[in-house]
Design a protein around this ligand. Structure first.
Ligand code: DAS
Length: 332
């Protein structure tokens, strides 16, 4: 009987499963061409790291990822981790929207067993493809009891970064992921995990989000602020789409043009607003440059716009009270 940990690799597609026309082609390839079973089989020695099984959730470029797939993926992760026959999960995923899926899982998986998400910046056919080592390291991390209770981790380029903080900050370099001001959780080297910090924000069973009975998440749109923005676009979103929530990717500390503030104050019926920052780092503080109390808005703390959207979508499954949502943005 093997004493190796039993790890299930759930494949969703991405560049890690991508195929290009030649070994030196690193752009313009097709994502999601190789099955997760083939990916696992292509990693030399992976069978020494863990007892592996694979499942294909989907096989797409992550630019086509959807909240519906987030839901089915998280439900499958919870189902697998409820079994004594599974010790950890690895998710292979495209890098473009990896940070959103990682954070969604961080908030909805209800097990303390390791869940590690990984991908690649180079297609599987490329010279020096980064996918195989990323996958090996992700399996090694998911097999480590050091990750128990740490929430979902992203493993890219030998880094371990908490799902709440990880973000893609380069469009094509292999060294494209980091935790910004929150830093990294640790490293994986020679299949060994070295950790330097634990996430302080709530995740897993500490959150009130139970998606087991949810088929569709509340609609939340993101509006990017820029000089001279046409208010008719914002007006259309608010009046015609009538989203349950809206994230403003504002300037600096989450500020926005006066015209937009006026439009929102006239049309905020039923939509909860979160002020985030298009800077991608730092924090947007409550009642900082903007009186959130009087406006009824929520400051995103250090969540970037795309992650603030994930938390707001889940928050709206349990409440539409801005004060309670503010608490969630301080805690999760
Ligand atoms: N192919 C893109 C994606 O699926 C990029 C990648 O995976 O690196 O997100």
């Amino acid at each position: 009987m093997s004493d190796l940990n039993k790890i299930v690799i759930l494949g969703t597609g991405g560049t890690i499963a991508g195929v290009a026309g030649s070994a030196d082609q690193t752009a313009g390839y097709r994502s999601g061409e190789i099955s997760v079973a083939e990916l696992a089989a292509s990693v030399p020695g992976i069978e020494e790291a863990a007892c592996i099984s694979t499942e294909q959730i989907c096989n797409i470029g992550s630019e086509d990822m959807t909240p519906e797939i987030w839901l089915s993926l998280s439900k499958r992760v919870n189902e697998l981790l409820n079994s004594d026959e599974v010790d950890g999960i690895v998710v292979t995923h495209g890098t473009d929207t990896m940070e959103e899926t990682a954070y969604f899982l961080n908030l909805t998986v209800k097990s303390s067993k390791p869940v590690v998400i990984t991908g690649a910046m180079l297609p599987a056919t490329a010279i020096g493809a980064d996918g195989p080592l990323n996958l090996m390291n992700a399996v090694a991390a998911a097999s480590s009891d050091k990750l128990a209770g740490m929430g979902v981790m992203c493993c890219m380029g030998q880094l371990l970064i908490s799902a709440r903080y990880v973000t893609k900050t380069n469009s094509f370099l292999c060294d494209a992921f980091n935790g910004r001001g929150a830093g990294i959780a640790g490293y994986v080297e020679n299949r060994r995990v070295t950790l330097y910090q634990r996430p302080l924000r709530g995740c897993l069973s500490e959150t009130p989000f139970d998606i087991s009975g949810i088929g569709k998440l509340p609609s939340v749109e993101i509006l990017y602020a820029y000089p001279g923005m046409d208010m008719r676009m914002a007006e259309y979103v608010l009046k015609s789409l009538r989203p349950s929530g809206m994230v403003i990717a504002g300037y600096g500390d989450g500020s926005m043009p006066e015209q937009l503030r006026e439009l929102i104050s006239r049309n905020s019926g039923g939509t909860v607003f979160v002020r985030a920052s298009r800077t991608g780092d730092g924090i947007v503080i409550h009642n900082g440059e903007f009186n959130d109390d009087s406006f009824g808005s929520v400051a995103s703390d250090n969540l970037n716009p795309q992650k603030a959207r994930v938390l707001l979508m889940l928050a709206l499954t349990v409440t539409d009270d801005p004060a309670e949502i503010r608490r969630m943005f301080r805690v999760f």
